[in-house]
Design a binder for this molecule. Structure first.
Ligand code: F6R
Length: 236
């Protein structure tokens, strides 16, 4: 595991965007695993600027997102599909049909999890997976629990996650209580992983994740066992 201590959010965003640009340069038809939330917004802004300056070409890139709320369609402004269109896809030359986010409005949610897992396999797996981290150590929507869940699956969101997301939905009651997420095994099968975090409130969980015991109680701790993880964090 390589750890880069950055000075602030801007540096995290710039360095992360540089890794993603390098990935696309090395393999123009790469598969990017993408995340939502506040952590990657600056990274996406840097990527949009790089595209506008002619430094990066997304035309052959495919993307798969980590997760989606259950019950929200892509037009809902809190859906992760909407987030990705708004922050990245609408501003670069990625082909929309090559951008994948789990469907939040599927009739058969179990079938959707299997379809998504198979889709990632059919794409040949993820070349570079970008991750944020929750205060409880969650990655994607893999919440602390008794065992690591390997594949894409349905989750009941943890109380702290629901509370943390209430600001986006007006009230706790409006926050979806379920989501579809890549599993820990899905994430771990990415060839390269970048975990980003900013803010003093993430300091403790970053330290527990990278220096503490590997346990499903801190889902991000499993990353210690992956052969190619870079943590880029500004938490002091
Ligand atoms: C988002 C995701 C989540 C977030 C995490 C941190 O797709 O999978 O695991 O990365 O909740 O969120 P922020 O960056 O808002 O602190």
């Amino acid at each position: 595991m390589k750890v880069i201590w950055a000075s602030d959010y801007q540096e995290v965003s710039k360095r992360t965007a540089d890794y993603i640009k390098a990935q696309i340069l090395m393999k123009p038809n790469c598969v990017l695993g993408l995340a939502t939330g506040s952590s990657p917004i600056g990274t996406y802004q840097n990527l949009v600027s790089a595209y506008q300056n002619g430094e990066v070409d997304f035309s052959k890139v495919t993307s798969v997102n980590l997760d989606e709320y259950f019950g929200l369609d892509g037009e809902h402004d809190q859906s992760y599909r909407y987030f990705m269109n708004h922050h990245l896809f609408d501003h670069v030359n990625i082909a929309k049909e090559n951008t994948f986010v789990p469907s939040g409005i599927t009739e058969d949610i179990e079938q959707e999890t299997q379809r998504y897992e198979q889709l990632i396999r059919d794409l040949g797996g993820v070349d570079l997976q970008l991750l944020g981290i929750g205060h409880n150590g969650h990655i994607g929507f893999n919440e602390p629990c008794n065992e690591f869940v390997p594949q894409t699956h349905v989750v009941d969101l943890g109380e702290s996650t629901i509370q943390a997301n209430a600001r986006f939905f007006g009230s706790v009651e409006n926050v979806p209580k379920k989501a579809i997420t890549m599993g820990i095994g899905t994430i771990m099968s990415a060839k390269k992983i970048i975990l980003i975090a900013s803010g003093q409130d993430k300091k403790e969980i970053i330290h527990r994740s990278i220096y503490g015991a590997v346990t499903p109680d801190v889902p991000a701790s499993i990353l210690q066992l992956h052969p190619d993880v870079t943590v880029i964090a500004a938490v002091d």
